[in-house]
Write a protein that binds this ligand. Structure first.
Ligand code: KIV
Length: 271
């Protein structure tokens, strides 16, 4: 047996290889030991400790109240359950308003066990993205619907329907890739824009409500299991109800559906 063999360990390179080979990968949020363990053990490539925890764990009506201390706590909880998935963590609202602040906030999450950080925004983040990657901190850019800007956007709405805005998203995504971003998460955009962004970038694109053409798909743990009260977004599928089985069956069904291309189906997409 090789000394290098051991449990599966997903890295950015793993995701790049999946994209190069035309495959798909799955991602789920997790915020604690048990959810991270279930997600990871089921073979999901990426775990996001998302600031969506402000809504699904803390019960706020947005992610804005989430602090860097909250994020750090959940990163520490989730990392203990992780079985080799790539652990990505959100920089929360106002934790990256300057370049210095960005480095300090990212360092906190990386020391606690995150393997990459995610920042919401476009080209204005290019210098911070460059600084982080030059210092060895991988970056996922988050574009399209950026929930930390919900007040500026006027609600949780589909982004990039207007052709000029769509082109702006593509252009700014390329700027962030140039600056060093090694992943892009694209939220709530029409199917065609999801396809165009994924084709325009060499780095993998993860979609949520961005259609079936992105390289990966992500869902919030509580949505996958139908735990969040209220009307789910169009891009949500309750896999626990769909499989009628256990939580493990639900995660496996999601992972399988992402990889065989059957999720998202047209009813989960914006035309
Ligand atoms: O915070 C989060 O969970 C996210 C997902 C909605 C992609 O950013």
């Amino acid at each position: 047996m090789s000394v290098h063999s051991g449990p599966r360990k997903v890295s950015i390179n793993t995701l790049m290889n999946i994209k190069r080979e035309g495959g798909k990968f799955s991602c789920l949020t997790a915020y604690d030991f048990c959810s991270a363990h279930s997600v990871s053990a089921a073979g999901v490539e990426v775990i996001l400790i998302g600031d969506s925890l402000g809504m699904v764990v803390q019960g706020h009506d947005s992610s804005l109240p989430v602090t860097i201390e909250d994020m750090a706590y959940h990163v520490r909880c989730a990392r203990r359950g992780n079985q080799g998935s790539l652990l990505m963590a959100d920089l929360p609202f106002m934790s990256y308003y300057s370049e210095q602040k960005t480095l300090e906030s990212a360092a906190i999450l990386m020391r606690d066990g995150a393997q990459m950080v995610k920042l919401e925004g476009g080209a204005w983040l290019s210098e911070s993205t460059r600084l982080l990657t030059e210092r060895g901190i991988p970056v996922c850019a988050h574009m399209g619907l950026t929930p930390q800007s919900v007040n500026h956007l006027g609600g949780y709405r589909v982004q990039g329907r207007d052709p000029n805005k769509a082109q702006e998203i593509i252009d700014e995504a390329k700027i962030l890739e140039q600056a060093g971003a090694s992943l892009l998460l694209l939220e709530c955009v029409p199917v065609e824009l999801g396809r165009r962004v994924s084709e325009a970038l060499a780095v993998p694109v993860i979609g949520i409500g961005a259609g079936p053409h992105t390289d990966g798909q992500i869902m919030v743990w509580h949505d996958l299991l139908g735990l969040y009260p209220g009307k789910p977004a169009k891009f949500v599928k309750n896999y626990l109800a769909a499989t009628g089985g256990s939580v493990t069956d639900a995660i496996r069904a999601f992972d399988q559906a992402v990889k065989d291309g059957s999720f998202p189906a047209p009813e989960h997409c914006y035309e």
